[in-house]
Design a protein around this ligand. Structure first.
Ligand code: MG
Length: 292
């Protein structure tokens, strides 16, 4: 899996005095964090979490375990700071992380920032919001129209740093050339509809800097009520040439939050290739044995 392009943009918006969002563009690692807390605490939480993400060595871990452990480490560090610094008591942050690995894009997620996948002219939200409004929506106590204007739509049900431990959604998405992944804070998605996000990507899929800038501008045109952050990256052609093993649909997010979601098609394709390789070697040995 190779990266064709990437870009990140953030803006305070039109109503807030400070920008409490943070983002990471450190390929193959990308993230968005939306901090919360009194005074400057939200800013501290999101920046601290972003720094931990960039600086932490995850040893031999890979895939969903690696991303989950990075977010757990961020949680530990933000919680430690808020427990020792009274000015930051109760601070926390959302965190949506993407890590591009050889067999797919690993997503890790806590809170109501989102990851989207744009593919074949469609857009799909691949993370589930950990928010009060989403809980009410799922239980049928709220319609999607009511959700859009709900006064408590920024209340989240999970955050990084507010508790000693955090439940992390982490899963792998099969990716292929041409896919564009977007990570964004609610300052974008509360102001700009999914179809308009799609349109912005489709307009200039080769120029992601333009995409992220135009999305920030669109959110500000829509009112700019919150800090706006967008990170985008595009998947390129595989160096080996063939990406047939990656041509599977995105794994649908399941409803159980603790279970890692894994695509199995790549592993199966690799197994077949290994078997073919072994057969070829056996054939060569057989021919060599016959002629000698
Ligand atoms: Mg926000």
């Amino acid at each position: 899996m190779t990266l064709a392009a990437y870009s990140g943009a953030t803006d305070t918006g039109r109503k807030r005095r400070r920008n409490e969002d943070a983002y990471v563009v450190a390929p193959p690692l990308f993230a968005v964090a939306d901090g919360m807390g009194g005074a400057q605490a939200g800013e501290i939480a999101s920046k601290l979490a972003a720094t931990v993400l960039e600086d932490t060595d995850s040893g031999s871990l890979s895939g969903p375990e690696r991303v989950a452990s990075l977010i757990q480490e961020a949680n530990r560090r933000v919680h430690e700071r808020s427990s020792t610094d009274p000015a930051t008591t109760g601070m926390g942050t959302t965190m949506t992380v993407a890590l591009v690995e050889s067999d797919g894009v690993v997503i890790g997620h806590v809170g109501d920032s989102r990851a989207y996948l744009v593919r074949d002219g469609g857009i799909e939200q691949i993370t589930e919001d950990h928010s009060l409004v989403n809980e009410l929506l799922k239980s049928g106590r709220l319609s999607s129209e009511e959700a859009e204007t709900h006064p408590q739509r920024s209340v989240i049900t999970r955050a990084v740093g507010t508790d000693p431990d955090v439940d992390v959604d982490s899963f792998i998405v099969d990716a292929r050339a041409g896919d564009v992944f977007l990570l964004c804070s609610d300052g974008l998605t509360d102001m700009v509809a999914d179809e308009d996000i799609l349109e912005a990507v489709e307009k200039s899929p080769e120029d992601l800097k333009r995409v992220t800038k135009s999305l920030v501008a669109a959110a500000n045109r829509g009112g700019g009520e919150d800090n706006i952050t967008v990170v985008a990256f595009a998947i390129g052609e595989d160096e080996a040439g063939g990406d047939t093993a990656e041509m599977t649909a995105v794994v649908e997010p399941d409803t159980t939050e603790t279970q890692p979601r894994q695509g199995v098609s790549n592993a199966r394709a690799r197994l077949v290739l290994t078997m073919l390789g072994l057969l070829a070697i056996a054939g060569v040995l057989l021919v060599w044995g016959l002629v000698h």
